[in-house]
Design a protein around this ligand. Structure first.
Ligand code: ADP
Ligand code: 5GP
Length: 199
């Protein structure tokens, strides 16, 4: 019996390891896909346009908002980020589960429009470890790291909005936690109730 696609919102401080864990968790799964966001920030070395993000100008970003092409959007540490609406709507309609990696303001907008979305907050074991990871990733200036640590504290204060917390100590265990949540959500009563209606 076909089940409808679920929207999975993953948030957490920049550098917590969200993209590492999400890609590990959905690797090889045909029922899951990642929604690639648009951003006005510059690509980091190694990032590929269309894979991590679609890298666009602020002008194009404003045009996408104007044309209602974004499901949600927000500014984060000086740059704009948004979720292209059509991709998400098309995949959900096809029965795919769609993962969004977005910050808290965007997550609130999505939850307002799609109350069934599963909201997961990914954190590092400690804030010291977050700083280590941001430094080790080697992609941010000192100023950008400081901005991300400030935002991390602000986001922790809002985290009670989420349904689940995944602690990313090791990537394998965090990916297992994420997959366990997805499996439990799949078995939720309201997501399976159509089987009962068959009788
Ligand atoms: P985010 O998407 O949350 O900004 P990334 O996935 O880019 O974070 O991870 C930030 C950095 O931390 C990367 O260099 C990544 O390789 C590293 N990392 C991710 N998860 C772990 C982990 N469990 N242990 C150690 N390093 C990690
Ligand atoms: P980064 O610059 O480190 O890739 O991302 C910074 C923050 O922006 C992260 O918290 C990430 O989850 C968030 N982000 C990425 N894409 C989007 C998006 O489409 N919308 C919103 N609201 N946040 C996003």
């Amino acid at each position: 019996m076909s089940e409808k696609g679920r929207l999975i919102v993953v948030s957490g401080p920049s550098g917590a390891g969200k993209s590492t864990v999400v890609f590990k968790a959905i690797e090889g799964r045909k029922d899951m896909c990642f929604s690639t966001s648009v951003t006005s920030r510059k690509a980091r070395p190694g990032e590929v346009d269309g894979r991590e993000y679609f890298f666009i100008t602020r002008e194009r970003f404003a045009e996408m908002i104007e044309n209602d092409e974004l499901l949600e959007h927000a500014e984060y540490v000086g740059n704009c980020y948004g979720t292209p609406r059509k991709f998400v709507e098309d995949k959900l309609a096809q029965g795919m589960n769609v993962v969004l990696d977005i910050e808290v303001q965007g997550a609130r907008q999505v939850a307002g429009k799609m109350p069934d979305a599963v909201k997961i907050f990914v954190i590092p074991p400690t804030l010291d470890e977050l700083k280590n990871r941001l430094e080790k990733r080697g992609t941010e200036t000192e100023e950008s790291i400081a901005g991300r640590l400030t935002r991390a504290r602000e986001e922790y204060a809002e985290a009670d909005f989420y349904d689940y917390i995944v602690v990313n100590d090791t990537v394998d265990e965090a990916a297992r936690e994420l997959n366990a949540i997805l499996l439990a959500e799949k078995c939720r009563f309201q997501n399976r109730v159509q089987y009962l209606r068959e009788i």
